[in-house]
Design a protein around this ligand. Structure first.
Ligand code: ATP
Ligand code: MG
Length: 148
């Protein structure tokens, strides 16, 4: 039997897009090569804003934009960022077509928008970030890690 214990690292409210990006930046500064960050939350919750900050925290200078039409955008750096948007995926088997397993092995950080679409894709030590809208400019961000 596998025991997976989810530890909440942080719960915080943000009041602007910039504050959400700052939360992403703080997390990004702590990540090692191979880290997987699964993002959950509705349209406009702030997943891309958070990832923009994550990239800054990794030291990536290229500005992050939404990969909605490409599924994955790659940003080179000391630790590269692979930024996925699974919104358009029809089913999990399409992960094979985009080379998901290779991305996990490439020594970058993977950040995944619409992780709800691919619940079976994630390694056990994935960091889970949920963004919830609680008003026009307020977002609650919950960051969890798993120990197994
Ligand atoms: N506290 C906040 N944090 C993040 N974004 C906020 C906040 N308050 C307002 N916003 C607005 O919400 C929107 C968030 O957009 P963003 O593209 O990051 O969302 P998303 O979760 O990636 O959406 P999608 O599912 O379409 O990819 C932006 O327009 C931003 O200005
Ligand atoms: Mg987005």
């Amino acid at each position: 039997m596998t025991n997976v214990i989810n530890n909440i690292i942080k719960i915080t409210n943000t009041n602007s897009e910039a504050e959400t990006a700052a939360e992403g930046e703080e997390l990004g500064r702590t990540l090692s090569p191979g880290a997987v960050v699964a993002l959950y939350g509705d349209l406009g919750a702030g997943k891309t804003a958070f990832t923009r900050g994550l990239a800054i925290g990794l030291g990536i200078e290229m500005p992050v934009s939404s990969p909605t039409f490409t599924i994955v955008n790659e940003y080179p750096g000391d630790i590269p960022l692979f930024h996925f948007d699974m919104y358009r995926l029809e089913n999990e088997s399409e992960l094979f077509d985009i080379g998901w397993d290779d991305y996990l092995e490439r020594g970058g950080v993977c950040a995944i928008e619409w992780s709800e679409k691919v619940p079976g894709a994630f390694p056990p030590d994935t960091i889970k970030v949920r963004l919830e809208s609680c008003g026009e400019n307020v977002r609650t961000i919950t960051i969890k890690s798993s120990n197994h």
